[in-house]
Design a protein around this ligand. Structure first.
Ligand SMILES: *Cc1c(COP(=O)(O)O)cnc(C)c1O
Length: 237
């Protein structure tokens, strides 16, 4: 099942890359393993998966401790400042930075571990009240502030697109995020050279790739349905 799912996702990624005239290696597949037990993650690991996405601190830490050390762990969910300390030495990338306060805390914890933590800024492109993320018009200001922090490296932007029936409905959201990245890079802010666009989930990752996603976050499409009512708290911690 897992093997088949991965094959299907991989072939969809290939098709989307081909359609958009992009290279497969320019898109990183993040296997979103939240709520799934370590045994299932290990099954994925044995099939070659090395990049996992989690949305809860405790779960990420537990899985990190019990799994091989050549895995990249991505924090994709809303992150509370008081929990940053638990993952500061473990995460490869934090996708969900949505405030200067959180960035300051990440910077402080990164310094303690003598490392620079790569982050993405989460943008609430569709301005959904239920979602986290900065609004597009707030982006430049927060970028200018976070860029001053020495133990953080801003690698790009992330968005959680609305839950829609037809993925085409999210195309404009994805193209807006890509345009924002280009616009912000054009401002030549010191320390800001963003390359990463984390956008697209099971329902819409092909459209996201066509619109320039460099990271897609796929959970259900790989691991199957999660067996609790997740939709309401998506990205929440
Ligand atoms: C759960 C989650 C995903 C994966 O969602 P699927 O629809 O299962 O692919 C992607 N991004 C974030 C932030 C999530 O919380």
């Amino acid at each position: 099942m897992l093997k088949e799912n991965l094959k299907v996702v991989e072939s969809n990624i290939g098709a989307a890359c081909k359609k958009a005239n992009r290279k497969r290696e320019d898109v990183t597949l993040i296997s979103v393993s939240k709520t799934k037990p370590v045994e299932v993650l290990m099954e994925a690991y044995d099939l070659g998966v090395r990049v996992f996405g989690e949305n809860k601190v405790q779960e990420l830490v537990d899985k990190y401790e019990s799994m091989p050390k050549d895995i990249s762990w991505h924090m994709i969910g809303h992150l509370q400042t008081n929990k940053v300390k638990y993952i500061a030495d473990k995460v490869a990338l934090i996708h969900s930075v949505d405030s200067l306060k959180l960035a300051n805390t990440i910077n402080k914890e990164a310094k303690k571990h003598n490392r620079v933590i790569p982050i993405l800024i989460e943008v609430n492109v569709a301005k959904e009240e239920s979602k986290f993320g900065v609004y597009p018009e707030e982006l430049e200001e927060i970028l200018r502030e976070i860029a001053k922090l020495q133990n953080i490296s801003i690698k790009g932007l992330m968005t959680i697109a609305p839950n829609v029936a037809n993925p085409e409905e999210n195309r404009a959201v994805f193209s807006t995020l890509r345009k924002l990245l280009v616009d912000m890079n054009d401002k030549n802010i010191d320390n800001i050279h963003m390359r990463l666009l984390s956008m697209g989930m099971t329902g819409d990752y092909q459209v996201a790739i066509e619109e320039g996603a460099t990271m897609i976050r796929v959970g259900t499409g790989i691991f199957g349905e999660r067996n609790y009512f997740e939709k309401e708290t998506i990205g929440d911690n």
